[in-house]
Design a protein around this ligand. Structure first.
Ligand SMILES: C[S@@+](CC[C@H](N)C(=O)[O-])C[C@H]1O[C@@H](n2cnc3c(N)ncnc32)[C@H](O)[C@@H]1O
Length: 192
């Protein structure tokens, strides 16, 4: 059985953007359950050179989208992450990046850093995802958010599809979403 994961934020001063600061895989494993860190997903063609990945209900889950994106799009050079959560997890995300050896720059609710050869801009929006107009995006990422959607916003998946690029990709553990299955048209789903 996996050991419990401790999420304890600490004060981390940005060290600035540094491509030589490579993430330590063993440290990343300490933030993942046993079955989560070996991501196996099929490579996909690039939709666009600089995609936007939307992740509502992200919490502090910075590593799973990164691990998926690096496998899905190994040649991608630049990405913007738009995280939305009702609570502010930026301090925890900064702690986690620092713990695995990634250096970053910060401007208010935005971080920028290199993840190997991928340049990442992360916007962390503190908001109720169900009361927003969702931004147009190319990649939709979702994990452990199904219960909230079903209880508070049953039409949320339709809103996601409306805001998702026509050749966009859904990476989700919401595998029983009827909307994702029946209304996605050309959009791909990658269940995790
Ligand atoms: C079970 S946690 C999952 C966190 C993360 N996705 C993961 O897998 O580690 C659910 C997250 O959704 C957030 N959340 C719940 N309702 C929300 C809402 N209406 N808008 C934005 N975030 C919400 C919570 O604050 C929490 O961080």
């Amino acid at each position: 059985m996996s050991d419990p994961i401790m999420f304890i934020p600490r004060m981390v001063e940005p060290k600035g953007i540094n491509k030589q600061a490579i993430p330590n895989r063993d440290k990343i494993r300490e933030y993942c359950f046993d079955d989560e860190h070996d991501v196996r997903v099929e490579e996909q063609p690039l939709i666009i050179e600089h995609p936007l990945l939307l992740y509502p209900g992200s919490g502090c889950d910075i590593f799973h989208p990164l691990l998926h994106v690096e496998q899905l799009f190994p040649s991608l050079q630049k990405i913007t992450f738009h995280f939305i959560d009702q609570d502010n997890y930026l301090a925890m995300i900064k702690t986690m990046l620092d713990d695995v050896g990634v250096h970053f720059a910060q401007d208010k609710q935005q971080l920028q850093f290199w993840w190997h050869d991928l340049f990442v801009t992360l916007h962390f929006q503190i908001a109720n995802a169900f009361s927003l107009t969702l931004p147009k995006h190319h990649i939709y990422f979702e994990k452990s958010f199904t219960i909230m959607k079903e209880e508070f916003c049953p039409e949320f998946d339709e809103r996601v599809l409306d805001a998702l690029h026509e050749k966009g990709i859904i990476i989700s553990d919401s595998d029983h979403s009827e909307t994702f299955h029946t209304k996605r048209e050309g959009k791909k789903i990658q269940f995790i």
